[in-house]
Design a protein around this ligand. Structure first.
Ligand code: KG4
Ligand code: ZN
Length: 339
């Protein structure tokens, strides 16, 4: 069978990314320009700033991805793009670039759900085996998803308020740490102890939903109270205590899902999958309970376009193409993205 080469574009948040992927698993190029430096001084992603950067960078990353793959437009079989969920202004930049490219070169346009991309990032390293459970943890998402086969998504649980990464970034900010705060807290936590015993929000017994805003408030209130009393704050212990609460809830709910859904494979992806404490706990659980743990390489865990190209291949095989009136959506239920 002919090799299928897809140009994929991703601009849902603060990474401007383009990639060419062959047959859904061979990365011919993977270009990512992160805007972190621009957003750092604001302590988080500013949507309007993100959109403007995407406009400046989008044609550059597409050209670079094509050059790195050593391909001409006529060598491509399709153009894929993230159409949601994400920041609407940011999404629209990638979407319009993809539409223009597809129209100009008479290529089919493939719409891809961002979270499906995070799961399929694994496919760039090994074939997905079903059924599987995927835990997606990033600055914008906290989702526990089950897949019985390709392009079949069931949401088991999701956050009812803040995403995990968002909680990390906010706690870090109150601790006076730079953005993004996740890696900073992770680093401090290694040297601290869980002395503060912050709450664990398990919600209803049978729910796989998450909630992190109560934990975030508990940490911030503790810091304010201690500061008012002029008490010294042990940042390492605060970081460790916060992180332990996050890890307990994430891993216990995920393990429950693996056991009750009778699944052997767990995928963990998204920026927070870089967390050393979370990885360590999942590794221990995987040995103890005998499930397989897959965490993609960091470059495929954080936002990138190769993961979008990985999903797009399966959509290409099913001829799931979009018209040029495809619109971006800041929220799309992933269950609606099952085919
Ligand atoms: O997937 P990602 O790069 O972007 C999206 O949000 O889509 O995730 C970024 C998030 C940020 O909130 C960042 O603080 C968090 O991932 N993060 C971490 C670590 N590295 C990045 N959180 C905890 N521990 C880390 N080592
Ligand atoms: Zn993401």
């Amino acid at each position: 069978m002919k090799d299928i080469k897809i140009l994929a574009i991703e601009t849902s948040c603060d990474e401007t990314a383009a990639s060419v992927v062959q047959n859904g698993n061979k990365v011919l190029s993977n270009v990512v320009i992160s805007q972190i430096e621009s957003h750092k001084r604001f302590g988080g992603v500013v949507p309007e700033v993100a959109s403007r950067h995407h406009v400046e960078l989008i044609t550059i990353v597409i050209e670079e991805a094509m050059q790195e793959a050593n391909l001409k437009p006529e060598d491509l079989d399709a153009v894929a793009v993230t159409y949601g969920p994400g920041l609407i202004g940011a999404l629209l930049v990638g979407l319009n670039a993809a539409k223009a490219y597809a129209f100009a070169h008479d290529l089919p346009l493939i719409p891809v759900h961002h979270i499906a991309g995070h799961i399929y990032a694994n496919q760039l390293e090994r074939k997905l085996q079903f059924p599987l459970v995927a835990l997606i943890v990033s600055g914008g998402h906290t989702e526990l998803i089950k897949m019985n086969e390709h392009l079949d998504f069931t949401v088991l649980g999701e956050t009812r308020d803040d995403a995990v990464g968002e909680a990390y970034d906010k706690v870090a900010r109150v601790l006076g740490l730079p953005y993004p705060g996740g890696p900073e807290i992770d680093r401090l936590a290694k040297e601290g102890e869980d002395t503060y015993k912050f709450p664990r929000a398990y919600l209803d017994k049978d729910s796989y939903d998450f909630s992190f805003s109560g934990l975030k408030s508990a940490v911030i209130n503790t810091l304010h109270n201690e500061r008012q009393k002029n008490n010294p704050i042990n940042e390492k212990d605060v970081s460790r205590s916060f992180q332990e609460s996050v890890i307990d809830v994430l891993t216990e709910k995920t393990l429950d899902a693996i056991i009750s859904e009778d699944v052997k494979d767990l995928i963990v992806a998204g920026g927070v999958a870089a967390n050393s404490g979370l990885r360590g706990r999942f590794e221990t659980l995987s040995e103890k309970h005998g499930f397989n743990l897959y965490i993609p390489a960091l470059k495929y865990c954080t936002d990138n376009a190769a993961m979008i190209g990985a999903v797009a291949y399966d959509l290409y095989l099913k001829k799931h193409f979009a018209d040029l009136d495809l619109n971006g959506q800041n929220y799309i239920d992933i269950e609606e993205f099952s085919f």
